[in-house]
Ligand binder design. Structure first.
Ligand SMILES: [Zn+2]
Ligand SMILES: [Zn+2]
Length: 628
């Protein structure tokens, strides 16, 4: 009889011991029972027969986690405070055709791989400028490097040349992108160069599409894999390079347990596999800028002039915006309008009694969606019929605030019946196909004006935008968050970077903070240096933060656990408790939320302290980027 320590996939429990008559290899996926329910586990190591009674392994499954996959998952569990089973649950294992082994499972039989024809992928030749060649040399000579390149400065060509080199060595490359950046243009550009050696991976794929893609990855015919953060955990052997494009993008950070950051995990993966990692962005995060050697790629192919006009206003559909849109359209050009909020209005309240209509399950205001005559909660999706009167005092004076995309679209459609307008946000772009369709239509000039949220800023190539309107940016800048300035400025630069690729363009910004933005619009590096000084000794990158979140339907229980944790954490002199109490959003989905914010000079001290208060109720958020 053999005894094994198993990590149970998706379970918050620490590894448990099971027995099997079969000799199993490390990393083998098996099925077992846990509290009378069938679940899956991963063999971590063989152990001595324990004192207690153990359950038997039910079945040996045709999947194996490699040594490096387990090592990377162990790091994730350790750093982000989850169980190894939760970390391994994100990882896609290698398939082993020797399924249902009887007798011994050692050594695992690795199926012979289809002979890989290392063809010359350079279909289309890329000619680099002398500056791009210098950048290529730079990323070639550093294990981790940051390509800090302005929009249009040719980062993609550098990635592709570096990938070419890796492919010629018989290895493969992984390109990580923010989810919404998997655009048809990006795909076309890579496929034109690498042909069918490129595969795309994203969360909106059907199980069948995933299966086909996975088989190409497993048989080695896929040489370049492009995808969002989940692509990092695909079973790609012979990996020779990881590129993290738009490395500043917040979608790399998972907002649910385990709250890992895929950019940071990519860097760790690079160190385990001893392969280079390249980060790229026009507006790099301060944390990467401060930490990694960077190459500054200035200017770009787009030499057209860009003029910024500031309108001191909160987000409002002013006559000057109408005039700008009309004039731009008359000139035969296209435009984009950015608003941080979807729906018609973010919130609705009664003018008579001051009551703001909140979601019954969350402590947030309901948003007005006029097309479906409903109020929706953007946190739990609870929907109710739009009331005609204030539900509290029954007066008729309901007023709305914080304009959203749907309202702007309705307004512009009414003003300009001959301008073709499309809404570009999560309410409308619900599938990858819809995204592709709208972007194609826009670049084919079947749409004149795109009105959207953050989605607009994500690296899409728009050919000929001569007007960009940015509304509501002050709302981002005034967030109670140490990253508010970085977030707002980088967003403005990214949106402005979508315009003026062929012809000169105008960027209209509604903001009361003109001097802040003007200071740094053309010089993000100075901003990063100033910001680093401002945060010195208080916030990342000079300090590390951790947030502990307690959420429970019973508010007293969540609060009690938080208070007990605070008492324990006070015993750790190397860490500082910045604050604790009810979260800014006190309730989401009927769960009451409390949090503790911790700071330390070293992550090891934070990890040690956090581990001492680990509990099922406590969600650990290392290097947090949201504080609500
Ligand atoms: Zn809600
Ligand atoms: Zn009222």
């Amino acid at each position: 009889m053999h005894f094994y320590s198993l990590a149970l996939l998706g379970s918050p429990l620490e590894p448990l011991t099971y027995h099997s008559e079969t000799l199993l290899s490390i990393g083998r996926k098996v099925s077992v029972t846990l509290s009378n329910r069938e679940t899956e586990g991963v063999v971590l190591c063989e152990v001595e027969k324990p004192e207690f009674k153990t359950n038997s392994i039910l079945d040996v499954l045709p999947f194996v986690y490699s040594e490096s996959q387990i090592k990377i998952a162990q790091f994730m569990a350790e750093y982000y405070g989850c169980s190894l089973g939760e970390a391994l649950n994100l990882v896609v294992p290698f398939e082993r055709v020797d399924s249902r082994v009887h007798g011994n499972d050692n050594p695992p039989v690795i199926p012979a791989k289809a002979e890989i024809q290392l063809k010359e992928y350079t279909n289309v030749t890329i000619t680099l400028s002398s500056i791009q060649i210098q950048a290529l040399d730079f990323i070639r000579s550093h294990p981790v490097s940051l390509l800090f390149g302005d929009t249009g400065a040719g980062k993609s060509e550098i990635y592709m040349c570096r990938m070419d080199e890796v492919l010629r060595e018989g290895k493969r490359a992984l390109l990580l992108l923010p989810e919404i950046s998997l655009t048809p243009q990006m795909q076309e550009r890579f496929e034109r160069h690498f042909g069918d050696a490129v595969v795309l991976w994203h969360s909106k794929m059907t199980p069948k599409q995933k299966k086909v893609t996975l088989s190409k990855i497993l048989d080695g015919s896929a040489r370049i894999v492009a995808g969002p953060r989940s692509a990092l955990f695909l079973p790609i052997d012979d990996l020779g390079l990881i590129v993290v494009d738009e490395e500043h993008d917040e979608s790399y950070k998972s907002s649910s347990r385990p709250r890992y950051n895929a950019r940071d995990m990519a860097i760790y993966t690079g160190s385990v596999l001893k392969i280079p990692v390249v980060l790229g962005s026009a507006t790099p995060s301060l944390s990467s800028y401060a930490k990694y050697p960077f190459y500054r790629l200035r200017g770009g192919y787009y030499h057209a002039k860009r003029t910024f006009v500031f309108e001191p206003s909160i987000e409002a559909l002013t006559p000057s915006l109408d005039r700008a849109i009309e004039k731009n359209h008359e000139g035969g050009h296209q435009g984009i309008v950015f608003i941080p909020t979807r729906a018609n209005f973010k919130s609705i309240r009664c003018e008579s009694c001051g009551n703001s209509i909140e979601c019954p399950f969350c402590s947030v205001g309901m948003s007005l969606h006029r097309n479906v005559r409903a109020l929706k909660c953007h946190y739990c999706n609870y929907t109710e019929i739009l009331p005609r009167l204030c539900p509290k005092c029954h007066s008729g004076h309901l007023v709305t605030s914080r304009l959203g995309t749907a309202e702007a679209v309705e307004h512009f459609e009414k003003q300009f019946p001959d301008i073709r307008i499309a809404q570009f946000d999560r309410d409308i772009i619900t599938t990858q196909n819809k995204l592709i369709k709208v972007l194609k239509a826009f670049n084919n000039r079947e749409i004149d004006l795109l009105v959207g949220t953050q989605m607009l800023s994500k690296g899409h190539d728009y050919h000929d935008i001569t007007l960009a309107i940015v509304m509501g940016i002050d709302n981002l800048l005034s967030q109670a968050d140490y990253r508010a300035r970085e977030r707002a400025l980088s967003l403005l630069i990214q949106i402005a970077g979508r315009s003026g690729r062929k012809n000169s363009s105008t960027v209209i910004v509604q903001s009361f903070n003109e001097s802040f933005f003007r200071n740094y619009l053309d010089d993000y590096e100075t901003f990063l240096k100033d910001e680093q000084r401002l945060r010195e000794g208080r916030y990342p990158p000079s300090k590390k933060l951790a947030r502990l979140l307690y959420a429970h339907k019973n508010g007293l229980k969540a609060k009690g656990e938080m208070e007990a944790a605070v008492a324990i954490l006070r015993g750790f002199c190397e860490i500082e408790i910045i604050g604790f109490g009810a979260s800014p959003i006190e309730k989401i989905g009927s769960k009451y939320r409390f949090q503790i914010l911790l700071r330390s000079g070293r992550s090891t001290d934070l990890i040690r302290a956090v581990r001492s208060v680990k509990s099922p109720l406590c969600e650990i958020d290392m290097d947090p980027i949201e504080f609500t």
